[in-house]
Write a protein that binds this ligand. Structure first.
Ligand SMILES: NC(=O)c1ccc[n+]([C@@H]2O[C@H](COP(=O)([O-])OP(=O)(O)OC[C@H]3O[C@@H](n4cnc5c(N)ncnc54)[C@H](O)[C@@H]3O)[C@@H](O)[C@H]2O)c1
Length: 436
């Protein structure tokens, strides 16, 4: 089947390249011509394990074509919309205009029986509004919603072997076409669930808000542990060992970031507020507030440590919002760097894949290596759990820093190794990190 994908960002390019490897022919339409050029050149703008190889193979064997020309969608039977749905402004809900524009430019290429499939994350009601738009512009085409649950860092694997497929559809024909698209994945026994449009929209937002809630919940518990003499990490492990709770997303630390969890949690709060369900709006707003509070605690603690020092310097190890991605959207690490800079500290930041040219703020002092970031540092903060930092040599680094004080905000280092080498090591929720 010929399939088009509109929007080749972190979701769309993975979707097109991964499904192209399963036997369909894809055309990807991306309005950013520079992004299209880089995809053709093999210089992808994103670090996603396995993606570069998939894209290269698909372009070479002709199962993927990438262009900025909207009419290239003509002749495809299924059309995925994978454009962004950023916030209109913080706490003001999702901007659906990219979806509306994508649908408008797609409409002239649609033929009777074509299926347009929304994959972007949206609040309930968006698909119904887009259906009305579609029927005005292309009465014989249909719209479905098929939310995406991939995680950056494992996006290729998650796309090829999803835990479940959700089809928000209005007709059996739409479900049949989606079955054809996903046939190789369904053949492996993957569960597929048919819902209405609103359920498909809500389950995606609810999933991200639930994961965010788990993270903020464990960070709240970890702070209570720090005030009560309990061990925060052991409490988290024991909580996660309860099968009714589950261990994922129960790692106390600097909090969540990225292009999805923060936006979707605030987006659900806004949706609840608009729906007049104020306790839900307050609940999700509080999840977001707990998340940003983690950075404030660290900023206050580090600033207090540096008080009285001459030209204090902080090293931040890790800029991406998590390991295995170069995504710095709403990265807690970058937010922390800004807060520390605003508090008057000099901050150097290093990351295995993020460089200053990756779109992060130009005021930040990016350096190539952890060692460069740590030169003359008064405090070193591990802000992203890259495995590279577990391989650092604490003994060698003693002579690099001004003060051997390290805060492991992701609890990813071996504390004994650092302490034995002569460092003052603190995990994020050590009682000593308690401020108020
Ligand atoms: N990134 C993820 O891990 C992930 C996972 C699941 C769902 N989502 C959701 O998927 C959507 C896209 O997210 P993303 O991270 O890929 O965003 P992104 O910003 O990386 O990519 C969006 C792309 O769409 C392009 N685009 C916008 N309008 C277009 C148009 N009219 N025609 C052609 N191209 C157009 C942009 O230039 C950009 O390249 C969002 O709703 C997001 O919440 C993302």
């Amino acid at each position: 089947m010929r399939i088009s994908v509109i929007g080749l960002g972190r979701l769309g390019l993975v979707h097109a390249a991964a499904l192209a490897s399963l036997g369909h022919t894809f055309v990807g339409v991306e309005m950013d011509t520079e992004r299209v050029r880089k995809i053709h050149d093999g210089t992808l703008e994103m670090h996603e394990p396995g993606l570069a190889d998939l894209v290269r193979t698909a372009l070479t064997d002709g199962t993927l074509d990438v262009t900025s020309e909207p009419s290239a969608s003509l002749g495809a039977r299924a059309h995925f919309l994978t454009v962004g749905t950023p916030e209109l402004a913080p706490n003001e809900g999702f901007d659906a205009s990219y979806l509306e524009n994508a649908l408008r430019t797609l409409a002239p290429s649609l033929q009777p029986g074509d299926l347009v499939i929304g994959k972007s994350t949206v609040p309930p009601g968006t698909a119904a509004a887009l259906t009305a738009q579609l029927h005005r512009e292309s009465p014989d085409a249909e719209l479905a919603w098929n939310p995406e649950f991939l995680a950056e860092g494992t996006a290729v694997r998650d796309t090829l072997a999803p835990q479940r497929l959700i089809y928000g559809v209005s007709s059996p024909e739409a479900a049949r076409l989606l079955d054809e698209v996903y046939a190789p994945i369904l053949d492996t026994g993957t569960q597929r669930v048919i819902t209405d449009l609103a359920t498909a929209e809500l389950v995606k937002l609810a999933t991200n808000a639930f994961l965010a809630t788990k993270i903020s919940f464990i960070n709240t518990i970890a702070r209570l542990a720090a005030t009560s003499g309990a061990d925060a990490l052991q409490t988290a492990q024991l909580l996660g060992a309860d099968p009714r709770i589950g261990a994922s997303h129960l790692h106390p630390g600097l909090g969540y970031g990225g292009g999805c969890l923060p936006k979707d949690t605030r987006g659900l709060a806004y949706f609840a507020q608009q729906a007049g369900v104020m306790e839900a709006a307050q609940f999700f707003a509080q999840v977001d507030a707990v998340n940003t509070a983690q950075r404030q605690h660290i900023t206050e603690w580090v600033t207090a440590q540096c008080r009285g020092r001459q030209e204090p310097q902080v090293a931040i190890l890790g800029a991406s919002f998590k390991a295995d991605t170069d995504d710095t959207r709403e990265s807690p690490s970058i937010a922390l760097a800004h807060a520390l800079m605003n508090a008057g500290l000099r901050v150097r930041i290093a990351d295995p894949v993020v460089t200053a040219s990756c779109g992060a703020d130009s005021r930040l002092e990016f350096v190539r290596t952890a060692e460069e970031a740590m030169r003359e540092a008064d405090v070193t903060l591990v802000a992203t759990a890259w495995p590279d930092y577990q391989r650092l040599d604490p003994e060698e680094l003693l002579s690099v820093v001004r003060c051997p004080l390290i805060v492991d905000t992701r609890n990813c280092l071996d504390p004994a190794r650092w302490r034995n080498a002569g460092w003052e090591y603190h995990a994020m929720f050590d009682p000593v990190m308690r401020l108020r």
